[in-house]
Write a protein that binds this ligand. Structure first.
Ligand code: ZN
Ligand code: FE
Length: 256
């Protein structure tokens, strides 16, 4: 089986859209289309025909172009069965109990509420690719607009156990600000310090820091590390409930 072809399209201030193609079936999807024009231009450039939209959650900067793209291309819209009422134009409802077949590519669906209720992530194991919207970011996680910290922590643990090489195709370039915050939580983490330097170099050259990998996130992202002793010590929460440590890190980020 061939791997997905993946193109990253930067739009708005800091959003990333992903145009993906299954070479075995010519299925082509845009993940979380905030805007239509950049997608149509990229399709044109590549000579691809859009067949699907994959949404991770209902926010306008992830679904804003759903209806326009459906009207212009006749594509099919795939979204969360947990959030049908808020995904514009949804045709296919997906949920955690069943994988979704995108052409010949199998996507496992994770229900990862926290940023919003009914947020989902698509894991294409055969392509080492995770499309996780605003749940997990490079060195960060989404703001808790609708869910509790405990719910978000439960969601992130579903992603944390994926294989280390899994690429994290998240929906925003927030990495530099996240790195500044992460260093306040775990200043002694040498992997984090090294990564911080790399991020500064990439951003200075106006290059994306996304995708990262689960392996990198596990080693450096404070939101995947509330059970690490150094972090608990730094927060004076040694031995505390891990979900409470996670909640404290999230609260500190909210006021950073
Ligand atoms: Zn969002
Ligand atoms: Fe967003």
């Amino acid at each position: 089986m061939s791997k997905l072809e993946i193109h990253q399209i930067p739009v708005l201030n800091d959003n990333y859209l992903y145009l993906i193609k299954d070479p075995d079936s010519d299925a082509v999807a845009i993940v979380d289309p905030a805007e239509a024009d950049p997608v149509l231009a990229k399709l044109d450039e590549l000579g691809w025909k859009l067949t699907h939209i994959l949404n991770t959650h209902h926010h306008w900067d992830h679904t804003g172009a759903n209806l326009e793209l459906k009207e212009k291309t006749g594509c099919t819209i795939v979204g969360s069965a947990y959030d049908v009422a808020r995904i514009p134009g949804i045709d296919i409802e997906v949920s955690e109990d069943q994988p979704y077949m995108f052409g010949s590519q199998k996507a496992q669906i994770f229900e990862v509420s926290g940023h919003t209720n009914g947020h989902i992530a698509y894991w294409f194991e055969g392509s080492d690719a995770l499309f996780c919207g605003d749940t997990l970011f490079a060195l960060g996680c989404g703001r808790l607009f609708e869910g509790t910290p405990a719910k978000m922590w439960e969601s992130l643990q579903k992603l944390r156990i994926l294989p280390d090489p899994t690429k994290i195709y998240c929906a925003h370039e927030y990495t530099e600000a996240n790195a500044n915050f992460a260093l306040t939580i775990e200043p002694q983490n040498s992997d984090l310090k090294k990564r911080f330097d790399e991020i500064l170099k990439l951003r200075a050259a106006n290059k994306p820091t996304v995708p990262s990998t689960i392996g990198d996130e596990k080693a450096t992202n404070p939101f995947l590390r509330p059970d690490v002793t150094d972090i608990q010590k730094n927060l004076q929460m040694q031995g505390a409930d891990v979900a409470d440590v996670f909640a404290e890190i999230r609260a500190r980020k909210d006021s950073f």
